[in-house]
Design a protein around this ligand. Structure first.
Ligand code: MG
Length: 314
């Protein structure tokens, strides 16, 4: 792809492979989201939200339908290895048990239904952190049009084994993608409220994790100069790779723009994967892309295999 790489800082040259090319692994989705690499089965799960299906890609196998229902969006794995997914349709956070049954992890906050959980990440302490904007209930396209019950679009923390999520951020217009720094000390949250509230800056906010699980606002990591931030992925050095209006933008932990991947389209989310964790999987509206890079994804505590063998809490 001509002009794929834009070098904004010399450090970006160390993160990319100048001779690597973008591959399109799937074309024909409506709105793809939520890529997650499953290292133990060497396959990638991703969502087509309007089509209400979860797709699976594996090397040499192509793409097939993994499951249907719930209008799932973002996903991660918890410390027991379960795939945890955000459901627009069910307005809940669910975990897929080994037998395929879904356990509901969170559906309400203070007695009221969640809006439409959008993206979720796990922290090494077993907690799950998810955003709850209202995209999935605004229309019947990515969920079921419904009235919001929550007074705001929160970021929630769900402690391991807890039945009720705790609101940890309530000041964002539409919090969307989120990611932890490799040491778990910083949480990055994308603000995509500009989709509906024009004055909302397309920022990636930064929060400092506090013992006990509270968050301290710590300013803005970066403001995109093209499109809105949605999903993000963090590499082993703590650089933040963000979806954007023209592809992927990569920021250093201090917010310096390192470079961009010009894909010529809006992207929605991305993750590191592949056997060595050095392949970026990127969802756009219609397509799933892959690109080998010179850096590995952060060794997410829950991305590879179960950390605990005892049964997950019910
Ligand atoms: Mg999202």
């Amino acid at each position: 792809m001509p002009g794929l790489y834009q070098i904004a800082d010399a450090a970006f040259r160390g993160l990319i492979l100048s001779n690597a090319e973008v591959e399109c692994l799937y074309d024909g989705g409506r709105w793809l989201e939520g890529p997650l690499w499953l290292a133990d089965s060497e396959q990638l799960l991703f969502s087509d939200i309007p089509e209400d299906c979860v797709l699976r890609w594996a090397p040499g196998m192509g793409v097939g339908v993994f499951s249907r229902g719930g209008h799932q969006n973002g996903r991660t794995r918890d410390r027991w290895g379960r795939v945890v997914a955000c459901e627009h349709g069910g307005r809940r956070l669910v975990a897929r048990e080994p037998d395929g049954r879904l356990s509901v992890l969170a559906s309400h906050h203070q007695g009221k239904r969640l809006n439409s959980p959008n993206d979720v990440v796990a922290r090494a302490d077993g907690s799950l952190w998810f955003t709850d904007p209202d995209y999935g209930i605004l229309t019947d396209y990515e969920g079921v049009r419904s009235a919001p019950e929550q007074p705001a679009c929160h970021v929630f923390r769900l402690d391991a084994g807890a039945g009720e999520p705790q609101a940890v951020v309530g000041t964002m217009v539409k919090p969307n993608g989120l990611a932890f720094s490799p040491d778990g000390q910083w949480l990055y949250v994308a603000e995509s409220g500009g989709s509906h509230v024009a004055a909302t800056p397309p920022e990636i906010r930064r929060f400092a994790w506090q013992p006990g699980g509270a968050l301290q606002p710590a300013g803005v990591l970066a403001t995109l100069d093209c499109g809105l931030p949605d999903g993000m992925a963090v590499d082993e050095h703590g650089n933040v790779w963000s979806s954007a209006g023209d592809g992927v933008h990569c920021f250093a932990p201090d917010g310096t723009l390192l470079g961009k991947l010009h894909l010529g389209c809006v992207t929605s989310n991305l993750c590191f994967g592949g056997p060595r964790g050095n392949r970026l999987f990127i969802t756009s509206a219609k397509r799933l892309f892959a690109l080998h890079v010179a850096v590995r994804g952060a060794p997410e505590a829950c991305a590879a295999a179960p950390l605990e063998t005892r049964q997950a809490p019910r």
